[in-house]
Design a protein around this ligand. Structure first.
Ligand code: DC
Length: 218
């Protein structure tokens, strides 16, 4: 049971949940954990060693041995690492190895701040089922692919929006269809569809929900 206020944001890639998590963390002075970086970090370690992310034991060993210092300076934001992260994330042993760290972060956020914001795929359902506020942030696949392509294109001019769209659909399918902690909205999550929302409008909507819940919590 978390002892601090916890805001859980789940949703698919490029839905806006990461940006919202950062804005919420600034607004309420809460610690922020982008849990995707953990899966990306494990995937990067596996790829860097020349191993196959599908290799169950290799990925599990990398997760058990994971420490943030091991990925210092690594570019974990590439689409290759994202795809490999989605593969290792379906591995039950990888998820189990990363669970405790996420729960400790939520229950006892660093720097003694009063709360934590975690974004990912299973925060409201598995990592922090008792989170104070939960959101499931989504947007249409076309809009998400366009956002992600705008992010990646400067460094990868050869990348087409169609490639990004295809990768994104594959990743959504893998993340939502896996047996372990699939990406899904918690029953008590607020749905936030950002397809037609600016980030300011999405943040304002999230704040209204958070402020309402915090008022009720005293
Ligand atoms: O949010 P992201 O794109 O950085 O996440 C990379 C992959 O990690 C994503 O495809 C699924 C996985 N992931 C997960 O399974 N559970 C989380 N809580 C966060 C990410």
């Amino acid at each position: 049971m978390p002892t601090s206020m916890v805001v859980a944001l789940d949703g698919p890639a490029a839905s806006g949940k990461g940006t919202l998590a950062r804005l919420i963390s600034d607004q309420y002075t809460f610690a922020h954990l982008d849990t995707g970086t953990l899966y990306r970090g494990v995937a990067w370690l596996v790829l860097e060693a020349g191993d196959d992310p599908m290799d169950h034991d290799v990925a599990a060993a990398a997760a058990l041995d994971y420490a943030v210092e091991k990925i210092a300076g690594a570019d974990i934001r590439t689409s290759e690492v994202g795809a490999a992260a989605s593969v290792v994330a379906a591995n039950a042993e990888v998820r189990a190895a990363l669970l405790d760290f996420q729960r400790r972060f939520a229950g006892c956020p660093p720097n003694r701040v009063g709360g934590a914001v975690l974004d990912g795929r299973d925060i409201g359902t598995v990592v922090c089922p008792d989170a104070t506020v939960k959101f499931f942030v989504t947007a249409s696949p076309r809009v998400r692919a366009h956002r992600r392509w705008l992010e990646l294109a400067p460094a990868r001019p050869e990348l087409t929006e169609a490639d990004v769209y295809k990768d994104l659909l594959e990743r959504d399918e893998r993340d939502a269809a896996r047996d372990n902690a699939p990406m899904t909205a918690a029953d008590d999550a607020e749905l936030l569809d950002t397809t037609h929302l600016s980030i300011d409008a999405a943040f304002a909507a999230a704040r209204r929900v958070i402020d309402g819940v915090f008022r009720r919590c005293g």
